[in-house]
Design a binder for this molecule. Sequence first.
Ligand code: GDP
Length: 455
Amino acid sequence: IVNGSNDSDKPRDKLLEGLLTADFDEDSCLSRYQSSLYRKPSPYKPSQYLVSKLRSYEKLHQRCGPDTEAYKQATKNLGHDDENYANKSVGECKYIVWVAVYGLGNRILTLASVFLYALLTERVVLVDQSKDISDLFCEPFPGTSWLLPNEFPLMNQIDGYDKGYSRCYGTMLKNQTINSTSIPPHLQDVLLPKDQTMMNKVPWLIVKANVYFVPSLWFNPTFQTELMKLFPQKETVFYHLARYLFTRRIKADETLGIQVRVFSRRAGYLQHVMNQIVACTQREKLLPGLATHESQVTNTSRSKKLKAVLVTSLYPEYSNNLKNMYWERPTSTGDIIEVYQPSGERFQQTDKKLHDQKVLAEMYLLSLTDNTVISARSTFGYVAHSLGGLKPWLLYQPTRGKTPDPPCVRAVSMEPCFLTPPTHGCGAKKRTNSAKVVPFVRHCEDLWHDGLKLF
Ligand code: GDP
């Protein structure tokens, strides 16, 4: 990617003008500190006040988050519907629990809104992790977690909360069951009343919202002055909060690249090639087998891995089949397998720009994987694994429409193969075995007794 701007001399601003904390280990979430590489420098700067507010919020979250004494204290009596709750100590921390509802757009907007409300009211945000949030986003606050622990006392009730629920703020107002002397331990649905005094006394708020309620916070005189200081440029509220909160988790414990090249008159999807891919990856323990009906998933003590598989091929059927295979049945190890294929061009279209751009991108992507399986004799595959410094597993070329046995072999070195060396050494009078001339050149693994490669 060629960057047309001449900003390359400037040091890149990893922390986005102080919006992000420097307290994270960079490896914990690569996209957090790399986002500045992919975006143009921003014309919108966060205010110093917002930056300092975020730093003090992070400290608050560390003090009150899961696994702290304060959290234990705050949850101790929660769930027992005790009339005298107000007299019980709940500790120094107050919380707001965000519950995931509706689609991802709604979720992101409501979570940003809830976070801003938490900043304004000195509450700690905890997110309902029963949904996919933890798979999508990195933890935003250092040294702690924003995920609501699964043992949260009201966990089983959260999904059932709706407007009619007795602890719904609106319902309580209507029934006059809430007043300054009767403060409930938790409340669902914060209607953002102008007078926040009573809200401030409720230790737990549970929000199930599906709208971006930030604009209405500005109507509230309690918040307005603070908001002006936080966001002197009004239109930047979501922009800054989103860049702070939502860094994409690119999460795979292991990656495997599989390059499928079919050199056969009958090119396309061939069942024996599919079988070969499955046989090789399972035999070499690159991918787990499937759990059978009788056998339970074994090795339950080992933590489950997420393995991402990148398939490149002219034909989309190979990855579709692999995907379906792991979709339909659990694996014997309990690991989760995700399969991706960026393109399925069907025909070689060399010299067509868009086509060649995809080829290069795929070679490059394959080179980034932890392990690779490539097809015999394919220079496409050689470039990919060599570029990545990977010793690949080579799928033997099938003959007579049969899956080879063994299906593949591990390469001894990462060098590409010289596919068609002369059978006679240069200038040699009699036939010599060119694989014996020097100790570091041998025949290629995928060509049986032919080809030459350095090792
Ligand atoms: P080889 O024929 O396998 O030695 O590799 P080459 O790269 O020289 O030629 C094969 C060409 O076919 C590629 O350059 C692509 O144009 C196309 N091709 C083959 N496999 C793939 C694939 O997995 N992905 C994409 N995008 N194109 C492929």
